[in-house]
Write a protein that binds this ligand. Sequence first.
Ligand SMILES: Cc1cc2nc3c(=O)[nH]c(=O)nc-3n(C[C@H](O)[C@H](O)[C@H](O)COP(=O)(O)OP(=O)(O)OC[C@H]3O[C@@H](n4cnc5c(N)ncnc54)[C@H](O)[C@@H]3O)c2cc1C
Ligand code: SF4
Length: 806
Amino acid sequence: MEQLVIIGNGMAGVACLENILSHKHKFDITIFGDETHANYNRILLSSVLAGEREADEITINGIDWYQKNGIGLRLGVRIIDVNTKLRTVTGEDGSVTRYDKLIFATGSSAFIPPMDGIYRRNVFTFRSMDDTNGMLRIAGPGKRAVVIGGGLLGLEAARGLQVRGCDVTVVHLLDTLMNNQLDSAAGEFVRQKMEAIGIRVLAGRRTRALLGRDEVEAVELSASERLPADIVVIAAGIRPNADLACRAGIPCNRGILVNDYMETSDPRIFAVGECTEHRGETFGLVAPLFDQGKVLAATITGNRGPVFEGWVPAAKLKVVGVEVFSAGEFLESPGADVVRYEDPGSGVYKKLLVRNNRLAGCVLIGDTSDSNRYMDWLRTGADLEVRRRNLLFPEPVSDKGSSIAEIPDNETVCGCMGVTKGKIIQVIHERGIRTMPHLKECTRASTGCGSCAGTCEGLLKAVAPDFVEEGKKVLCKCVPFSQDNLREIIFTQKLKSVQDVLDIYGDGMGCEICKPALSYLVDVVWCGDHEEDRSARFINDRVHANIQNDGTFSVVPRMRGGVTTPNELRRIADAADKYKAKVVKVTGSQRIDLLGIKKADLPAIWADLRMPSGQAYTKGVRMVKTCVGTEFCRFGVQDAMATGIELERRLENLYTPHKTKLGVTGCPRNCAEVTVKDIGLVGQDGSWQVVVGGAAGKHVRKADLLITVETTNEAMEAAMLFFQYYRENGNYLERTYDFVERLGIEKVRKETVYAQPKEKRMLLRRLQKAKALSKDAWLDRESPTATQFVQIEPLQSTESMEATIQ
Ligand SMILES: Cc1cc2nc3c(=O)[nH]c(=O)nc-3n(C[C@H](O)[C@H](O)[C@H](O)COP(=O)(O)OP(=O)(O)OC[C@H]3O[C@@H](n4cnc5c(N)ncnc54)[C@H](O)[C@@H]3O)c2cc1C
Ligand code: SF4
C-alpha cells in the first residue's frame, strides 16, 4: 500500500484527510503534528479564551478517530527535514519516515513585528491551544493586558482577556481597526463598540519595545508613552509556514506554491491550508482551505478533476455584542458604486460596493444578518440590476417565517464548511435527521465558527416534520401548545388567568401538569399583574410550606444571605417549642428548618416567627448563600455578606421556572460554592465574576461565566438581567443549567449583559414591576424592598415602556 505522510495535524490537513478517507483509494497514513493536542477547532480558541467553551469541547477528532481509521498519529513531533530524493521526512525526535506521497499542511505562524523585548515572560501570540492556556494562566481581574494588533485576532483576544477580568488596551499600528477588512468609517464604528464594552483602543501607534526584567512590565510606544502591562498578546498578522518546504527545494513565495489541483512542482508532494500560496493569494480563514482539502483529496486518490479556483475573502468577528462582517472589496475604487447606510445611534453601518450590477464587496457592522445573502451574490456574481432598490433592505415579507424559505437552494448557509441550503435539506430528507447534533454530524454545517447555527436550526424545523426542539414540546394534552407559543398567546390575547387559557386554548379543565405551568406563565407575562388562581398551584405553593412524607409540613423562614440575629433565633426556638417541631435542622442553604409542623398551625407559626417566608417550597429564589467575605475573613476581597443580602432582597418573592439558588463569595476560594449555583457572584480583587447555570444536585455542572465587572452594582445588575431573562424565556420546570445549555451561553450573554441598553432597561423594568407587585407569602405584605432597586435610567417615553410591559 502507498505510504501517505501528512505534516501538520491542524484544521486543513485533517479536513483533507477526512476527504481522502471517503475515497476508495487506500493509503498507509502517518500524520505528524508538533502540537501535543489532538485535532481541534482553532477558530474556537477565542471562545475558550472568553470562557464560552472549555478546551475539551473544541476537539474535532479525538485520538480514537485516528485509531478507528488506522491512521498513525505522531503528536508532539516536529518535522525538521524533508528529503525529496530519498522520499523521507525526519522528525525532531530523530525518527525517519518514508513516503510515497507527502502533504504539507503546516499552517501559519503568528507574525512578530520587529521590536525589543519579545522574549520576556507573559508575552504571547494567539495561535494555539498552548498560547491560549498560557494566557488563561495569567489573565484575571486586576491584570493589565496590552494586545498589539487591532485585527480580527487581536480584537477577539482583547475581548477574551477582558471577559476574564483584565484591564485591556489594544494598540493598533494604523488608524483603522481591522484595516484588512474595513474602511475607516467602519473601523471607527468598531472602535466605538470596543470602547463601549470597556476595551481601550490606541490606534495609529507603533510599539517600540516590551519592557521589564524577566516578566513583561510595560509596552513602550514612544519615549514618553509607556503602558503598564502584566500580559502582552501580539496579534499582528500571520505568515505561512513554508520554510520546511522551501528548504526541501519546493518552490515557495510567501507560501508553498500550488496549482489548481493543490500540487507542488514535485509530483509526489502536495500542500493544503494556510501554508499554501495559490494564484498569488495566501489564506487566513478556513472556508477556502476546506475547498482545497476536497480538491486535494480527489487529486491524490487518482480522481484528479476538481480544481481550486480561489475564494472570496470574508471575515466575521466573533465578539459578542460587536457584530462585524466583511467580504470582498471594502474600499471605494473607480467604477464601483457605493450603497451605504449609517446609523450611529444604533451602531449600524452597512456598505455595499457594486460594479457593473454585480456585488464586489460588503461591510456590515452592528447587523450582520444579511451576510449569507451577500456572500452568495459575491460567489455567484448574481446580476443585481432588478434588485438595486432593495440591496440593503429587502422588501418586507408578510409572513415572518418565510425568510428561511426564501433562501435559494444554492445559497451557502455554513460559510466555514461550504454547505448550501439545498445540501442541508437533501441530507435531512435522506438521513431522516431530527436533531441539530445529527445534522452537524452528517453535514458538518455549523461546526466551524458556529454563526450559522440559527439558520441551520430554522431549516431543520421547517423541513423535518417530526423535529422537536428541546424545550419546545407541547405542554400537555390539555393545552397542546409549546410554552413559547403559550407565552405569546397569553400576551397577544391578553389572557390574565389560567382558566381563560384553558377555556380558549385547552380542554377547559387542565391537569396537575399544565395548571402550575400556566399559572407561572401568566404570572411572568403580566409581571404579577393578573388574577392569581391559587388552586392552580401545587399544594406546597397553596399552603406556603413543604409537605413532608408524614403529612406534616416544614417551615423555613428567610434569612437573607444566611445571616440572622439572636432575636430571630429566639423566636425560632420559641416557635419550635410551641408548635412541637419534631426536628430543628440547619439546611444546606444556610437556613433553619422546623420540621413536623401541623398544617393547622401554619398561619400561627408564621405570625409568631414574624420572619419572611424562605420560599423553600416553591419555584422561586430559595436563597443567596454567602461566605463572610471582607467583613471577617482575612482572604476576603469583596463584601459577600452585604452583597448577598442585597441580592436576596431584590429577587425574593418572585417566581422562576424552577427553584433558583444563588450564592455570593468574597474571594475565588469560593467557600459558598457559588460556581455550582444557578447564579453566582465570585468576588475578585477589584471585580466580580458573575456565573450562571451551575448545579450540584443530581446533575452537576460548573456555572458558565456570564461577565466580569468592576463594581458590586454592575454585578448585581448582571445577576438581575440573567434572572429576569431566565424568568421570561425558561420553560416551566427547566433549571438554569438546562436553560443555559439549551440556549448557549453566547446567546444568553448577547441578550442580557451585552444587549442594547434599551433592552436591558426593559428587562430590569419588567423585573421591577413584578417585584413591586410581589408579596411575602407569610406576612402577606408587599416585598419590603420593592423600591430599593438600583437606579435605572428612566426611559425616553413612559408609553414605550408600557407598550413593552403590557
Ligand atoms: C484564535 C483564532 C481564531 C480564528 N478564527 C477564525 C474564524 O473565525 N474563521 C475562520 O475561518 N478562521 C479562523 N481562524 C483561522 C483558522 O483557524 C485557520 O485558517 C486554520 O486553522 C488553518 O488551518 P491549517 O491546517 O492550514 O493550519 P493550522 O490549523 O494552524 O494547522 C497547522 C498545524 O501544523 C503544525 N505544524 C507546523 N509545522 C509543523 C512541522 N514542521 N511539523 C509538525 N507539525 C507542524 C502546526 O503546529 C499546526 O498544528 C482563526 C485562527 C485563530 C488562531
Ligand atoms: S470565599 Fe474567600 S472571602 Fe469568603 S470565606 Fe472563603 S476565603 Fe474567605
